[in-house]
Ligand binder design. Structure first.
Ligand SMILES: Nc1ncnc2c1ncn2[C@@H]1O[C@H](COP(=O)(O)OP(=O)(O)O)[C@@H](O)[C@H]1O
Ligand SMILES: [Mg+2]
Length: 467
């Protein structure tokens, strides 16, 4: 059995499993199949069969944006402490002349900030070199939140926010490269997703705020951006775009599902390697977005760390049933969604009809919303990808222990593991996907899977802004 890129053993972790450090030198080759019966423990090193120890990393400027220190949950539980004095420098493969360095920059619907990865994509592998996360400045967060719905002077506000975003991306890229000791000239391109403020494939558009020209100007690096619009132009949903990357990374001799729990949740169904079935992928509904909104309203916190608050409550069957009436859950793929549908106003509407007197305690609403995410994902798997022998979870929701417990319960008896068991940290996967999509763009290869998005065909995604 072989797994390349070990778990985050020894890496500094936040209280509930999210890394405190935001920079790491990790080796992430294509994840190899694991024994589905193996539920816990560190994946073994490919050569020695021993668990892979990865170098822990130093917390850097801004690292305090994560929760406090503690032990990780899940199979790749790490030691609680950061270890000082470990170099951030790029590993040898990344400085070799044949390295193919790409940046991936992801800021998702959670609005929790930006994840930047530097990856070496040479020799058909995906090897993480380093990672950095930065929260948005409070004023940027405020304007991005406001721009999720129509409001006054929004063209101007969106354009200004896009410039602010681009500076945030540019600074994060520059800092990551500086700390890793990599010159911008060595990076082939940065794949930048941008910040979704509208997703309306039904109306022929999706809007990811970004200013790629500004990022190219600030960093001296080629930028590939606007990945979704070509798929929509070809009649597709423009989303999800990660399934092709999930297939490259996680496909195995047996069928798997990859579940990405970001603001929204999306599922990729990966047929067994020998199978002729197509890869399946779709957004299944809310991931963290409702959980984040509810705890922000009641406790002023950006997210329910570890799902600790939800774990103190009880599911309201009445509310859960009412939430599950949403027809989106039953719609067959291709389908994609966003804050346009699942947002606090949607929740308030359901609460208004099913609990007009507010008899359900806030903590029980949090518990019910967490259950909703788990149930809607498990239902989607049952309906649209029942073949999975094993479920791999990535995205920030993988750090919510309460949610992971409920999801494991709903998906039983199939094993469910965090992606770090397969060599890729949950919060690196999507950013790596955009580094990979930038490489596919430069190679003039398609990045979408038409069978997933419903487009008329596979298309080269993105627009190129030379440095
Ligand atoms: N330690 C944690 N405990 C609970 N939830 C977490 C934790 N860390 C991250 N999250 C959740 O993950 C979200 C971010 O996930 P992410 O994959 O970045 O989503 P997106 O792609 O939409 O930005 C946060 O908003 C939060 O809800
Ligand atoms: Mg995010």
């Amino acid at each position: 059995m072989q797994t390349v890129g070990g778990p985050a053993a020894g890496r500094a972790r936040a209280a509930h499993g999210r890394p405190i450090d935001d920079i790491s030198n990790d080796k992430v080759n294509e994840a190899q199949p694991t024994d589905p019966a193996r539920r816990d423990g560190a994946p073994p090193d490919a050569d020695t069969g021993r668990p892979v120890e990865r170098p822990p990393a130093e917390p850097g400027p801004g690292a305090g944006q994560e929760a406090g220190a503690g032990a990780a949950a899940g199979p790749a539980a790490a030691g609680p402490q950061a270890v000082a004095g470990v170099s951030d420098r790029a590993p040898a493969h990344a400085t070799a002349p044949d390295a193919e360095l790409f940046l991936g920059v992801m800021s998702g619907t959670s609005l929790d900030g930006v994840d930047v990865v530097l990856a070496d994509l040479s020799a058909g592998a995906v090897r993480l070199v380093s990672h950095l996360r930065r929260a948005f400045a409070p004023e940027l967060l405020t304007v991005l939140s406001a721009l999720q719905a129509s409001n006054r002077d929004e063209l101007h506000r969106a354009a200004v926010a896009a410039q602010h975003l681009a500076r945030t991306y540019g600074m994060a890229i520059t800092e990551l490269l500086h700390r890793t000791g990599v010159e911008p000239g060595r990076v082939r391109a940065a794949g930048i997703h941008g910040q979704t403020v509208r997703h309306r494939p039904d109306a022929g558009y999706t809007i990811q705020l970004n200013a790629p020209a500004t990022v190219a100007e600030l960093t001296g690096i080629d930028v590939v951006a606007d990945f979704r619009s070509r798929d929509i132009a070809a009649g597709g949903q423009g989303a999800p775009l990660v399934p092709a990357f999930h297939a490259a990374l996680f496909r195995a001799p047996f069928a798997r599902a990859v579940v990405n729990i970001g603001g929204m949740a999306n599922v990729t169904g990966l047929p067994a390697l020998a199978s002729d079935l197509p890869v399946v992928g779709f957004d299944c509904g809310p991931g963290n977005v409702l959980l984040d909104g509810w705890i922000a309203r009641h406790q002023g916190k950006p997210y329910d760390a570890g799902g600790d608050w939800a774990a103190q409550g009880h599911t309201s069957a009445r509310l859960l049933d009412a939430l599950l009436q949403e027809s989106y859950f039953r719609r067959a793929p291709p389908k994609s969604t966003g804050r346009d549908l699942f947002n606090p106003a949607w929740l308030d509407r359901v609460l208004g009809t099913c609990d007009p007197d507010s008899t359900i305690a806030p903590v029980d609403v949090q518990a019910t919303l967490t259950r909703l995410t788990a149930v809607s994902i498990a239902d989607a798997l049952r309906r649209f990808w029942p073949h999975a022998h094993e479920i791999v979870v990535c995205g920030g929701g993988a750090f919510n222990s309460c949610l992971m417990g409920l999801l494991a319960e709903e998906c039983a008896p199939r094993p469910l593991n965090r992606s770090d068991l397969y060599g890729v940290a949950p919060d690196h996967v999507e950013a790596l996907a955009f580094a990979w999509l930038a490489r596919e763009h430069l190679a003039r290869r398609a990045g979408n899977l038409a069978a997933v998005t419903g487009a008329r065909g596979d298309r080269i995604l993105g627009a190129h802004y030379p440095k």
